[in-house]
Design a protein around this ligand. Structure first.
Ligand SMILES: NC(=O)c1ccc[n+]([C@@H]2O[C@H](COP(=O)([O-])OP(=O)(O)OC[C@H]3O[C@@H](n4cnc5c(N)ncnc54)[C@H](O)[C@@H]3O)[C@@H](O)[C@H]2O)c1
Length: 174
């Protein structure tokens, strides 16, 4: 009888042990799964934060690129097409001045290649800025008192301080 009782108890204990081991295993798996899902959510949050930071850093660059695209696609005044034979390479000294800038407009719109040489003594870059970047146009900041070697077909020499006051200040440049 005693033997049977001991066997019964040890049988129950064995079952209990198995049950406890199974429960411990389940608890362990659950904790590992919890840690894994936690790490995943931390990682995802981190990725979202990194994405946000990248977006914040890239936003001003996007705006700059947009501005540059607008500059590149700048519209020039309409220019006639001239064949290679008819298109002349023309140098205008003082091309950023009053007379020179209007002559620049006329010759550019006629389809010629225009090089403006000016030291901006009385002229201003803004007088010809609407041509800057055009393939037929070149602006050189240069004082015509100094030599300049350039291959052209025609020269209009308008570089001159036009007003009487400047004539007195810089007589050598007339
Ligand atoms: N404006 C008029 O009504 C008129 C009339 C008849 C003749 N002109 C003559 O036309 C010429 C140009 O007159 P404007 O009214 O256009 O004068 P402007 O001052 O507007 O233009 C002269 C240009 O020459 C540039 N320049 C001056 N000295 C230079 C140098 N050493 N190197 C490079 N560039 C230089 C100036 O920066 C300016 O852009 C002058 O010789 C003037 O006497 C003008």
């Amino acid at each position: 009888m005693m033997m049977r009782m001991t066997w019964l108890i040890s049988g129950i204990n064995r079952r209990m042990m198995k049950l406890l081991v199974a429960l411990a295993l389940i608890a362990y798996i659950a904790s590992v799964w919890g840690t894994y899902t936690n790490m995943r959510s931390i990682q995802e949050q981190g990725e979202i934060r990194i994405d946000q930071k990248i977006d914040e850093a890239v936003a001003p660059l996007r705006e700059k690129i947009h501005d540059l695209e607008l500059t590149v696609s700048q519209k020039y005044p309409p220019v006639k097409f001239l064949s290679e034979k008819d298109r002349k390479r023309i140098l205008i000294t003082g091309g950023a001045g009053f007379v020179g800038s209007h002559l620049t407009d006329k010759l550019m719109m006629d389809g010629h290649e225009v090089t403006v040489v000016d030291n901006f003594f009385t002229g201003r870059k803004r007088n010809v800025e609407h041509w800057i970047g055009h393939e037929n146009f070149e602006l050189i900041n240069h004082d015509v008192v100094e030599p300049l070697y350039i291959e052209v077909d025609q020269i209009y020499h308008l570089a001159s301080p036009a007003s009487p006051q400047t004539t007195c200040i810089t007589p050598s440049k007339h």
